[in-house]
Design a protein around this ligand. Structure first.
Ligand SMILES: Nc1ncnc2c1ncn2[C@@H]1O[C@H](COP(=O)(O)OP(=O)(O)OP(=O)(O)O)[C@@H](O)[C@H]1O
Ligand SMILES: [Mg+2]
Length: 310
């Protein structure tokens, strides 16, 4: 494998648009059962907040050395301010919109006691129509300054009008990468590449029975959406790329697996920067796969740097 194109990556400008989330962790000790209800009482000893969803994709792109812009919707609340703060710390140029209706920032809060998750509390709500319109207009104003668009869809509503965003990017002539969700993939018509995981692929094309059957379904999907490429990430089975030239596969690389959450975001980010640096989809997949193998071996931080990749 040729060296990772660090210089080209540093010159690249990538815009990430999608569902912004904050992952919040409260770590504590459990010493007693509550007198109010049969539940443990956790005395919080440490707190941690991390960027999630599209913001985590952006953080990964920044960690690889590229310039990254981020557009999405947050609430007018403390979690939203925390997202902005973490974005600045991660060298992300954020252009986040504050929802003026009562949408809270998408927040996933975990309570952990003795290394074990005891409870997860989610706050989420779809953005208002006004926020969605503002998002499309912001992306269209910014698109000309970027070389590539990455859409990170976690089905929280920021990409409800994804067709309009794709149209804007096509007009600007940029490559469009989409990490999809749901089963209505027609909405991604005109993107350059989609990166579903196994389950997302199944939801889009149904369960396949053999590898040949998968290839047939994948190529049919790719053609119907007018995509240059379709990349299926398959966890411990690695990744498979479908293009006009056919099928290419790479085996997963992880030695030890500690934490698979967020691997999809690292993979998408690495694929994006490798491609925008001028590599082929196949070479970009190899780098993305290497990054995926590294990040699942890490605990705590779900990013991979250009140095680690090289
Ligand atoms: N158990 C594993 N063993 C080895 N590599 C893995 C494993 N899980 C994930 N990976 C690596 O990470 C890549 C992406 O993982 P996966 O296909 O699970 O994406 P995903 O489901 O979108 O992830 P996420 O949980 O972040 O949404 C894989 O293609 C592979 O390179
Ligand atoms: Mg994923």
């Amino acid at each position: 494998m040729k060296p990772f194109p660090i210089r080209e990556v540093q010159a690249a400008r990538v815009l990430v648009v999608g569902d912004i989330m904050l992952d919040r962790y409260w770590f504590g000790e459990v010493e007693r059962i509550s007198p109010e209800a049969p539940v443990p009482v956790v005395r919080v000893a440490r707190r941690e907040d991390r960027l999630g969803g599209a913001a985590n994709v952006a953080r990964n792109i920044a960690a690889l050395g590229a310039h990254v812009g981020l557009v999405g919707v947050i609430g007018a609340d403390e979690a939203g301010q925390q997202v902005r703060l973490l974005a600045h710390e991660a060298l992300i140029e954020e252009h986040l919109l504050e929802d003026q209706a009562k949408m809270p920032t998408t927040l996933k809060m975990r309570v952990l006691g003795r290394q074990q998750q005891l409870l997860r509390v989610d706050f989420e709500q779809e953005p208002s129509a006004e926020s969605l319109a503002a998002l499309v207009s912001r992306v269209s104003k910014m698109m000309a300054q970027y070389d590539m668009l990455v859409l990170s869809d976690y089905a929280k509503g920021a990409l409800a009008e994804v067709e309009k965003i794709i149209a804007v990017a096509r007009q600007a002539g940029v490559t469009i990468l989409v990490d999809p969700k749901g089963h209505e993939y027609q909405r991604y018509l005109g993107a350059t590449i989609l990166t579903p995981n196994r389950i997302e692929m199944q939801q889009a094309v149904g369960l396949w029975h053999t590898e040949a059957d998968l290839e047939l379904r994948a190529q049919r999907l790719r053609e119907s959406l007018n995509l240059e490429a379709l990349l299926i990430t398959r966890s411990e089975q690695g990744m498979t790329l479908f293009t006009e030239a056919g099928r290419q596969h790479v085996e997963a690389q992880a030695h030890e697996v500690f934490d698979v959450s967020g691997a999809g975001d690292t993979v998408l980010a690495t694929l994006a920067v490798a491609r925008v640096a001028g590599l082929s989809w196949y070479e970009s997949m190899l780098w993305a796969n290497r990054a995926g193998g590294i990040v699942v071996g890490k605990l705590g931080t779900s990013i991979v740097s250009a140095e680690e990749l090289s």
